[in-house]
Design a protein around this ligand. Structure first.
Ligand SMILES: [Cu+2]
Length: 616
């Protein structure tokens, strides 16, 4: 099982919550069920010139998956007199209003809350068990804020890994368009025998497929704000369309980007306690996804482990911390077998465009070779060639697929694996049916299947813009991605030929499926030429790892020009010191003119290493 790797790799919330403390000895009435919170309405109301809210922190029963699935006893916020919710209430006010909050602590332990005394600071409000504390502030700066609670620690189950004490404050500027708020929260528990720590990740209180289904129409403008309360990074990825990042921030407020700072992306990485505001407009009807690109955070295993996680939690609350056995992994159907941080989007509109004729044909075979990563096979792609493809020939990463902007292409994916797969054309603006999420892409009455062994699927699209994209597996990604199922998808301006001497791909990925598998950088090893401009296309397709890079020559950070992000040209490319951080599912293009001597890419990630590019 791979769950512990997720925590090792992204410093998740588990470890703080794994020590179970004193359990409650007397149990009052059963806790009320926590409702999922879609943040469509504000808590409290305007009264005598003040927005007054009465909040309560209390024990609640949370059903992160379906109502027929296991539940957890957690600590949660609610409005006094109403059901608690996960996440906690939204306090939404127009700018300039005075806010008065009374918070009652109905937990059996001292409560410490940040973000309520003054949302712009991390000052703590301390509330004794049974007490009510009040706080007042003026909402004088627009933005998104997060408040979070924990207990002092004598009764750990209500804090730490068990707590869902998180809520949102939104201060709206005059004339702000309506938006939706999406909060990421995490829960974690101890490890079963033979397994790693169990965890749950939810969007607005629910895991896929029980997350809200967003309903949009072609041409709508959607404003979403995303806030991260779960203690790990979340590279949030939109399928089939770009979104514009309008603001970034933390729980103590955000900063609206100027027009020049706004960027189009398909993936934006939220670090711990970070927020973003985004705008997008669907151009094509069909079914799309907005999901975390950390493969562990969408892995079906999260759902499979829910039973043992809930059972162990219930026993721990009764004072018994003996681990239960880890369940055997379930056989996956392969049809969008996801969980966790995934939101489905239904876009209504005219049916998809008719299939173009005369498309360029490409044949891509997926197959495996034994013992590539110790005892486990490598899974990889290979392009058709005259005389056929030997049964165990794979390249990792897959071969660069080089397309021309505006030129229709029909890529036939032949599956020669002993299992189902599906290939996603990451960053590509295409028809939903060809997007590559088997069992989901398309429309309710025309769903694209995943590709069964010995079967094939033809993906048809016309790349509308030139840039750096990715093709990769969208089935059991932790294993299929880490086993090699990814490759660069390059789209060149019409009439341009790819020059691999001047145009280099550097692809970060995880080599193998074991818990301690390293992050590696794939590069052609072709030397660069001194004094000549090159394009470097950076791609992060690691299962879970943030990668930070500095480019040095003679131990000094050089300058380069960042020209594109996720395949979209930047509006205002600028020369800047050569360093960046990039989450899984992100690409970035830079232009660099190196001096003579080696160019070192100093990489910090799960493991640290230097990739040295020769410059002649
Ligand atoms: Cu994530």
């Amino acid at each position: 099982m791979n769950t512990l790797r997720q925590y090792r790799r992204t410093a998740g919330p588990a470890l703080a919550g794994m020590v179970l403390g004193v359990a409650l000895t007397c149990r009052p009435a059963p806790s009320p069920v926590a409702t999922p919170n879609d943040f469509r309405s504000t808590a409290g109301r305007l009264d005598a010139g003040e927005h007054r809210v009465a909040l309560e922190a209390r024990a609640a029963r949370w059903f992160p998956s379906g109502n027929d699935r296991p539940s957890f006893e957690v600590a949660a916020f609610g409005e006094v007199g109403q059901a608690p919710s996960v996440p906690g209430p939204l306090v939404r006010v127009p700018i300039g209003v005075d806010v008065a909050i009374a918070l009652t602590n109905s937990l059996p332990d001292t409560l410490l809350v940040t973000g309520l005394r003054d949302p712009r600071t991390r000052d703590t409000l301390v509330v004794a068990p049974g007490a009510t504390a009040t706080t007042r502030f003026r909402a004088d700066r627009p933005g998104l804020y997060g408040y979070s609670g924990r207990t002092r620690g004598t009764v750990r189950w209500v804090g730490g890994g068990g707590g869902q004490l998180h809520g949102v404050i939104a201060v709206d500027s005059t004339g702000a368009p309506p938006d939706r708020i999406i909060a990421i929260t995490g829960w974690s528990g101890a490890a079963p025998t033979g397994g790693d720590s169990t965890f749950v990740l939810a969007l607005n209180g629910r895991m896929w497929p029980h997350t809200e289904r967003m309903q949009l129409a072609v041409g709508d403008t959607a404003h979403w704000r995303v806030i991260n309360f779960a203690g790990s990074i979340h590279p949030m990825h939109l399928h089939g369309a770009y979104f514009r990042v309008d603001a970034r921030g933390t729980h103590t407020g955000d900063t609206a980007y100027t027009a020049a700072q706004q960027r189009l992306v398909v993936t934006e990485t939220l670090l711990e306690r970070e927020t973003m505001a985004l705008t997008w407009s669907p151009e094509r009807a069909g079914r799309w996804l907005f999901h975390c690109h950390d493969a562990f955070h969408v892995e079906h295993e999260m759902e499979e482990e829910l039973d043992v996680a809930a059972a162990m939690w219930a026993r721990a609350m009764a004072g018994d911390t003996t681990p239960l056995p880890q369940p055997a992994p379930a056989a996956h159907a392969g049809e969008h077998a996801m969980s966790g941080l995934v939101i489905g989007i239904d876009v209504a509109g005219p049916a998809s465009a008719p299939t173009v004729t005369g498309a360029r044909r490409i044949d891509l075979t997926v197959q495996q070779r034994e013992k590539v990563y110790a005892d486990t096979p490598g899974l990889g792609f290979v392009l058709a060639r005259p005389g056929g493809v030997p049964a165990d020939s794979i390249t990792i990463p897959g071969p660069p697929i080089v397309l021309a902007q505006g030129e229709p292409v029909a890529i036939t994916v032949h599956n020669r694996l002993p299992e189902r797969t599906s290939v996603h054309w990451h960053g590509m603006e295409l028809e939903s049916y060809f997007d590559g999420v088997g069992g989901w892409s398309g429309s309710a009455n025309h769903v694209a299947p995943s590709i069964a062994p010995r079967d094939s699927f033809v993906a048809r699209f016309t790349p509308p813009r030139a840039g750096t994209f990715i093709y990769h597996s969208h089935v059991s990604e932790v294993r299929q991605l880490s086993s090699g199922m990814y490759g660069p998808l390059l789209v060149l301006p019409q009439g341009q030929r790819w020059n691999p001497e001047r145009d280099h791909v550097v692809m970060f990925a995880v080599a193998g499926t074991h818990d301690t598998a390293s992050v590696v950088a794939h590069h052609s090893q072709r030397p660069l030429r001194a004094g000549v401009s090159h394009r470097l296309r950076f791609v992060n397709i690691a299962a879970a790892d943030l990668v930070t890079v500095e480019a040095l020559q003679q131990e000094r950070v050089i300058d380069w020009r960042v020209v594109a992000k996720d395949g979209a040209d930047l509006r205002m490319p600028s020369a800047q010191p050569a360093r960046f951080a990039m989450g899984p599912g992100e690409t970035m293009d830079v232009e660099v003119t190196p001096a003579r001597g080696p160019l070192t890419l100093r990489v910090k990630s799960f493991n640290n290493f230097d990739l040295v590019l020769q410059v002649k």
